[in-house]
Design a protein around this ligand. Structure first.
Ligand SMILES: Nc1ncnc2c1ncn2[C@@H]1O[C@H](COP(=O)(O)OP(=O)(O)O)[C@@H](O)[C@H]1O
Ligand SMILES: [Mg+2]
Length: 701
């Protein structure tokens, strides 16, 4: 069967023209180049219990009538959490989170979606017992090969990998009406979801039983993290904020403060510390967050703040809440104004489902009147968190507040990831009193401090020794420090792969990039932490666009152009964050990696001339390009260089790398390298002895 590259029509093998659009199908060009990536995905598998046997007894139309609303419901739930439905297998539904786009908390979304499906199915069943709707659900997380441009309508699968088979096994083992999850899902979500242990699942084709947990309920709102432990660093930022608050509270000058930084860098923590400072000084601080998904209304973040200002609790009845709102408004505003403000805010707070607001201007006016009235009594701060997830309506509202409030002690604080500036490049521009704080990662000392605390909390061994390495690996990102510390404490040793949560967050950051920039990041990752423009030019179809892409990546803080380059006339760049490089590299499927390594090797051969320094790099590029014989040659040269410089241990390591690549059949070559390895090892032991002696001397002396 040949699929038409233009319209997707399936044509019989003998067809020379597409049956549907007439495009010539002859030649090899008809196979589409598939865009594939290795991605971390969470698969949700939902199946109806005992439906197959029931379906056999029913008329096909009745089966359809039963299944359609159910399928629709499951799909809607999955999509509302940001997942995609991969396929329907009979009455089973398979959904995917983390592909084609990652949001950074994909495993958590998948489990929340599973719980929502569980509850909705139960409600449907209760409403109509004749349906006899009983489900089993599983969520499993793992690496998969993802075809980004798959067309499910043509039966093309988007994901392939063991992760999906295991999800299916877990699903069949799930207790009726419950959600069972696998190990990686549990690890990535156990802070947000409450679990009960379940018996491991014995699965066909698996040596070990698969560990499993039953998901019980949500324990935390999406995007929320507990803030524990002492604050480290950030004294400069807090000083700027303190000074700003003085101007707000004392001079009664409203300010907008925007704190921009990537996920986990500490925006929320900073705002919490600042809010405590504000309250200490007699101000009032209220918080509201934009949610990543399933937001009930556009203004939910503001509604949350208004509730705090009126002291309305989620547990209050509608009547009680309305009463509190009326009281709050009528004590602050004259009766003529109070009526419409109460009405508008009531609608905004979801207390009045029948009313409507004539237009947005009226709504904004009411909000402004109320907030101004509050601020006349006490200085206050409104914190809008995670505004990169807000839609236009909320962004407009915040900008309006920042622009129109006058001569009042109000500070509007906005926390957002850099993506906010993609949708609103001019954010805060034109305002007299706007302060933008770019929140940087912690510096090395503070990061190490934090790592020491976290490792000690988890009573990890050698915490002080390991803290510095961990802080560097995390690139000073406090969230990454916490998660790496947790991974290290769990296994007792440096984890061999990155925690799922970190991979997810970084993958989401890469997915948010424009396509051209993202491609550059993936290709550059093959070169390593440091890369050269020339190598990228070899890999790219359109080298012209490279300048723009690299400039943009630098602006976004992902890469830096270095002032000196190892190769004359070739711009040298480095990734700011080694984890970004690693995650980008992990996304590449093996074939593309090999190809890119080859280009990188050819580039290095071309530019490096006679110098010996790049041999080890060349050896590794050729190895990863699949050309082992060239790789061995380079390893041998690099090792010999190292020996000459009396770096005997390093030489031995290089010989070992070489040896791993020489086939058993090449006895001569193996012998030769083994002999040189032995020599280098012997020499390095002498060096070690000498060093130990030296140390002994200095101790006694
Ligand atoms: N300066 C800091 N000192 C100690 N812990 C911090 C600091 N900054 C952030 N953290 C911790 O790191 C984690 C992530 O911080 P958070 O404020 O939630 O990041 P963001 O809001 O930028 O995504 C939280 O657990 C937080 O307590
Ligand atoms: Mg936050």
């Amino acid at each position: 069967m040949t699929v038409c590259p233009s319209c997707g029509q399936e044509n019989p093998e003998i067809a020379r023209f597409c049956l549907r659009c007439g495009l010539p199908l002859a030649g090899t060009g008809t196979r589409r180049a598939r865009r594939e990536e290795r991605r971390l995905v969470s698969v949700i598998f939902v199946d109806l219990v005992g439906f197959t046997s029931r379906a056999a007894r029913l008329d096909p139309e009745d089966v359809q009538a039963l299944l359609r609303p159910y399928h629709h419901t499951v799909r809607t739930e999955i999509e509302s959490f940001g997942g995609v439905v991969e396929k329907f297998i009979g009455d089973a539904v398979v959904g995917v989170f983390g592909a084609p786009t990652a949001f950074g908390d994909d495993a958590e979304r998948a489990v929340r979606a599973a719980l929502a499906v569980r509850d909705t199915a139960a409600a449907m069943d209760a409403a109509d017992p004749r349906l006899d709707l009983k489900v089993r659900i599983a969520v499993n997380t793992g690496e998969a090969l993802v075809t980004l441009d798959a067309r499910p309508a043509l039966g093309e699968a988007m994901i392939a990998g063991d992760v999906i088979n295991t999800a299916s096994r877990l699903q069949s083992a799930a207790p009726v009406g419950s959600v069972l999850v696998g190990e990686e899902t549990h690890r990535a979500t156990n802070e947000a979801i409450r679990y009960a242990p379940a018996p491991a699942v014995v699965a066909k084709g698996k040596e070990q039983p698969v560990p499993a947990w039953v998901a019980l309920c949500e324990e935390r709102d999406p995007g929320e993290r507990p803030l524990v432990g002492p604050l480290v660093g950030r004294s400069n930022e807090l000083e700027v904020l303190r000074a700003t608050w003085e101007r707000v509270a004392v001079d009664r000058r409203p300010h907008l403060v925007t704190v921009i930084g990537p996920a986990g860098v500490g925006k929320t923590r900073l705002a919490v510390e600042f809010a405590a400072m504000v309250e200490d000084r007699g101000g009032r601080a209220v918080h509201g967050r934009a949610l990543p998904y399933r937001e009930s209304t556009a203004y939910a973040a503001l509604a949350f703040q208004l509730k705090q200002l009126c002291r309305i609790f989620e547990t209050d009845s509608v009547d009680a809440a309305r009463k509190k709102l009326e009281d709050a408004v009528s004590t602050l505003l004259p009766p003529a104004e109070a009526k419409s403000v109460t009405e508008h805010l009531g609608i905004l707070l979801g207390l009045d489902s029948s009313g409507t607001i004539a237009d947005r201007e009226n709504l904004f006016l009411s909000i402004r009147s109320f907030i101004e009235a509050v601020a006349r009594n006490e200085p206050m701060m409104l914190v809008f968190e995670d505004l990169h997830w807000a839609d236009d309506a909320l962004l407009d509202l915040v900008e309006m507040l920042a622009a129109r409030l006058q001569d009042l002690p109000i500070l509007v604080m906005v926390l957002a990831r850099p993506e906010l500036l993609d949708v609103r490049p001019g954010w805060g521009g034109g305002l007299v009193a706007h302060i933008a704080l770019m929140l940087r990662p912690l510096d090395e000392r503070d990061a190490t401090d934090l790592a020491v605390h976290r490792l000690a909390d988890l009573s990890a061994e050698d915490s002080v020794d390991r803290a510095a390495d961990l802080a560097v690996l995390a690139g000073g990102n406090p969230l990454f420090i916490e998660q790496l510390a947790a991974a290290l404490a769990e296994t007792g040793e440096a984890p061999t792969s990155l925690p799922t949560t970190i991979r997810g967050i970084i993958a989401a950051r890469l997915d948010a990039l424009p396509a051209a920039e993202r491609e550059v990041v993936l290709d550059a990752a093959v070169s390593g932490r440091v890369f050269w423009r020339g190598a990228l030019e070899r890999m790219m179809a359109d080298p012209q666009s490279l300048t723009t892409a690299l400039g943009e990546l630098e602006r976004r803080g992902l890469v830096t152009e270095e002032t000196v380059s190892a190769f004359e006339g070739d711009q040298q760049y480095s990734f700011n964050h080694v984890l970004v490089r690693d995650v980008a590299y992990d996304l590449l499927p093996r074939a593309r990696r090999r190809e890119r390594h080859r280009e990188a090797a050819l580039f290095l051969e071309e530019v490096s001339g006679e110098f010996g320094e790049v041999e080890a790099a060349l050896a590794r590029h050729w190895r990863d390009a699949g050309d082992h014989s060239r790789a061995v040659d380079y390893f041998a040269v690099a090792a010999a260089d190292a020996e000459r410089g009396w770096a005997k241990e390093h030489a031995a390591a290089l010989y070992r790398e070489a040896l791993a690549l020489v086939p058993e059949s090449d006895a001569e070559r193996r012998q030769e390298i083994t002999r040189r390895l032995a020599l280098a090892k012997a020499a390095s032991i002498h060096i070690l002895d000498a060093r130990l002696l030296g140390r002994g001397d200095s101790k006694t002396g």
